[in-house]
Design a protein around this ligand. Structure first.
Ligand SMILES: Nc1ncnc2c1ncn2[C@@H]1O[C@H](COP(=O)(O)OP(=O)(O)OP(=O)(O)O)[C@@H](O)[C@H]1O
Ligand SMILES: [Mg+2]
Length: 147
């Protein structure tokens, strides 16, 4: 999939959200400024979360409870390691009753459940992004036709 603006990336996230189920884990790969948080904002809108969706960089996890399904938005950029997740009990939010979205999964790959949807965001130019979906483990196929 190709998007040509942040708004298009959010729209894609909102459409994707309609196919998501409780317990789903989405792993977002992409460099700084690729658009991981923009996509997550779209997912939040698609779940019926109306307030602002900030980057959780300084909190590791932001929880949004007001939508169709709870959204657990992780950003592991500043995570020191898996111990920090376990110490705070945050691992419980991966594959629980809500949808977990993880930015910077590479900081702690051992905490990622085997079954997840890998989303890769590749900047093509200033406003263009290529977005790829790869189901991992037993994660079901996402129908791109309706995205
Ligand atoms: N097609 C596009 N899709 C998404 N973002 C875009 C697009 N075109 C331009 N942008 C810009 O790219 C930036 C994406 O920022 P965003 O915070 O979503 O990145 P991120 O991947 O979450 O980065 P970080 O690793 O710092 O958390 C924004 O400034 C946005 O306006
Ligand atoms: Mg981000």
């Amino acid at each position: 999939m190709i998007t040509h603006s942040p708004a298009e990336t959010r729209a894609l996230g909102a459409t994707l959200a309609r196919q998501l189920l409780p317990g789903d884990v989405l792993v977002l790969e992409g460099d700084l400024g690729a658009g991981k948080s923009e996509l997550t904002r779209g997912i939040a809108r698609g779940l019926g979360i109306s307030g602002p969706v900030a980057s959780p960089s300084f909190t590791i996890l932001n929880v949004y409870d007001e939508g169709r399904i709870p959204l657990y938005h992780f950003d592991w950029y500043r995570l020191s390691g898996v111990d920090e997740l376990y110490d705070m009990g945050l691992d419980e939010y991966l594959g629980g009753d809500g949808i977990a979205v993880v930015e910077w999964p590479s900081r702690c790959p051992e905490a990622i459940p085997d079954n997840h949807l890998l989303v890769t965001i590749i900047p093509i130019d200033e406003t263009t992004r290529e977005i790829l979906w790869t189901p991992r483990g037993a994660f079901r196929k996402i129908e791109e036709g309706i995205l």
